[in-house]
Design a protein around this ligand. Structure first.
Ligand code: SAH
Length: 235
């Protein structure tokens, strides 16, 4: 795969200019030279092969030569809701969910969650989505939702039929009832302190299936990855 670059503008065959961090990365870090082949994407689902025409420190000019739509999405909507872990662990979670093809991430506020993403943090998380997409080949960016309270989130009417809540002691067997071929999936993971009994009961009454992930207590990010992998294994 040619080096991939994200640009925040419309793309089509023809000339395009890259500025800011992407231009810096291309010209200074990767030392791109006229004639080098790269691949541009803007999150519209396609990628655009391009050739470097001129590479300055703050401005790189390229010529887009085509438009391709390789199938790299899951084919259904997969939403993950979880309280965002602190610092680097939050970035790690976002990176891995992007790589795994998750379509939406919703930061949750639960009774026991501590960290709540501020606007500056969201910029950083958006950057993590872009970096992961560059690396893994995704041409659709994982959407980052706004902070949502669990009680409201779990009762939302527009959730898919298949909705799982990870909770230690939940059912271990691969839940298939009504989920096979169900299409879209919604998954929820609790904070380090866990969901409260009330929160789990509320989710059950709203139709969420309570899923166990083994006999050990996993970190939020590990639990999210394990749950996504399990959800993706349903056909
Ligand atoms: N002390 C908490 C554990 C929190 S771990 C408790 O006992 O509930 C953080 C979150 O990861 C949990 O809320 C749950 O959603 C998920 N998780 C961690 N380990 C899990 C397991 N073995 N099975 C299912 N979910 C798990």
């Amino acid at each position: 795969m040619a080096d991939r670059f994200y640009v925040n503008c419309r793309l089509a065959p023809g000339p395009v200019e890259l500025r800011g961090p992407e231009a810096h990365h291309l010209a200074t870090v990767l030392r791109a030279r006229p004639g080098d082949a790269v691949c541009l994407f803007n999150g519209d689902g396609a990628e655009y092969p391009a050739v470097v025409v001129e590479a300055g420190r703050n401005l790189v000019t390229l010529n887009v030569t085509g438009r391709e739509e390789p199938p790299r999405e899951l084919g259904y909507r997969l939403e993950v809701a979880a309280p965002l872990p602190k610092g680097d662990r939050g970035d790690f979670l976002i990176e891995k969910l992007t790589e795994l093809g998750v379509s939406d991430f919703v930061p949750l506020r639960t009774q026991r969650s501590i960290v709540h993403p501020r606007d500056t943090r969201l910029d950083r998380l958006e950057r993590a989505v872009i970096e992961a997409s560059k690396q893994c080949g995704r041409n659709v960016l994982m959407r980052l939702g706004t902070l949502t309270v669990w009680d409201e989130y779990c009762r939302k009417k527009d959730h898919p039929h298949c909705r799982w809540l990870a909770h230690p002691g939940g059912e271990m067997a691969l839940p298939v009832e009504g989920a096979s071929g169900a299409g879209d999936r919604a998954l929820a993971v609790g904070p380090e302190g866990g969901f409260t009994d009330d929160e789990v009961a509320l989710a059950r009454s709203a139709g969420w299936q309570v899923v166990g992930l083994g006999a050990r207590i996993l970190r939020v990010e590990t639990a999210a990855i394990a749950l996504v992998v399990r959800a993706c294994s349903l056909r």
